[in-house]
Design a protein around this ligand. Structure first.
Ligand code: GDP
Length: 330
């Protein structure tokens, strides 16, 4: 049975109250043991809320490509269409250094105060894995609160994209005109995840370059193995500042979801994601328990010294540590 605090928060969230959602997500992001317990209760309650399935969309692109501008314009357009839009962020730079690429500037000024939108700044603490786990729980809270479009933004530097791809239904990559060289290396890995590539800034003097970049991206995509049976990635030119072609971007998104729904892939995708996150959570909990165990800690310290000094093989040390953890339980 949920505690009184959790119950009150849950009711606020279900009513669509933004302050309750913000407090709920703060709870989910907290590392305090009593908060973790409350967060689990809250997420469990929110999972049970019956609502039409929301559209979970990941959005990435290198800093400066226009992500905030794009989310602001698209978000406002969606609100006018009657949607409720939540925006969450996963930013590995914040996990590493305590400073974030995404969070440092005033972003999405109109959207963040708009009725019908909820914009969450990126968390400033925690490991990438932790932040990603919390983001999934935050999505669940936002959905219970009636947000039917959940955007998850990442910075496009490579590490967070695969994790985010595991919690969203669709992945959108923003590129800018003349960034064809990004099609190599790390960015290529990110592009392989993309269901839709938007060549942003297709306006004014950049229009021609945007056309060229679109062709380059299409060519590169042709050479990649299709990620989904029922969908070939699309490339759309658009302008976040003028709003040009954003309706086409959105109609492409809706077509994607139609295909996913019709082929039965959406159900399978969500089910498979649930399974993955369950096992991620298992390994996280096991590691945390192992880390708390005093006997393990003592034995790990000396083994670690051996590994550092080159006298113990890492694999042998790992086995001993796990054995020490399991022995009293056998
Ligand atoms: P982010 O770092 O990816 O979030 O990028 P921002 O949204 O902050 O945009 C970076 C810069 O690009 C800003 O100066 C924007 O005004 C500009 N910008 C964003 N979208 C467009 C666009 O569609 N066209 C043009 N010309 N500039 C844009």
């Amino acid at each position: 049975m949920a505690t009184a605090t959790v119950q009150t928060l849950f009711e606020g969230i279900r009513r669509g109250d933004r302050a309750s959602l913000a407090r709920g997500i703060t709870l989910v992001e907290s590392t305090r043991a009593d908060h973790r317990q409350q967060a689990r209760e809250l997420v469990a309650a929110c999972v049970g809320v019956e609502r039409p399935r929301s559209l979970r969309i990941g959005l990435t692109g290198t800093p400066g490509v226009g992500k905030s501008t794009f989310i602001e314009t698209l978000g406002m357009m969606l609100i006018r269409k009657g949607h409720r839009v939540s925006v969450l962020a996963v930013d590995p730079s914040s996990a590493r250094s305590g400073g974030s690429i995404l969070g440092d500037k005033t972003r999405m000024q109109e959207l963040s105060v708009a009725e019908g939108a909820y914009v969450r700044p990126s968390p400033s603490r925690g490991t990438l894995g932790g932040v990603a786990r919390n983001t999934l729980d935050s999505i669940i809270l936002a959905e219970a609160s009636g947000y039917d479009v959940c955007l998850v933004e990442t910075v496009g530097v490579g590490q967070s994209e695969t994790m985010v791809a595991d919690m969203v239904d669709m992945f959108v990559l923003l590129m800018q005109p003349g960034s064809g060289d990004e099609l190599q290396g790390v960015k290529r890995g990110i592009m392989e995840l993309a269901d839709l590539v938007v060549v942003n800034k297709a306006d004014g003097p950049l229009e021609l370059a945007a056309k060229l970049t679109r062709t380059e991206v299409l060519n590169a995509l042709h050479l990649m193995l299709p990620r989904r049976p029922s969908w070939t990635p699309k490339v759309v030119r658009a302008s976040a500042t003028t709003g040009h072609n954003l309706d086409r971007v959105w109609s492409t998104v809706l077509r994607f979801f139609d295909e996913l729904r019709a082929s039965g892939e959406w159900d399978k995708l969500r089910a498979e994601q649930q399974r993955k996150w369950m096992w991620r959570e298992v390994s996280h909990l096991l590691l945390a328990a192992l880390d708390r165990d005093p006997a393990v800690r003592a034995c790990a310290r000396s083994l670690e010294a051996g590994v550092l000094g080159g006298t113990v093989a890492p694999s042998a040390a790992a086995e001993q540590i796990v054995d020490r953890f399991l022995v009293p339980r056998r």
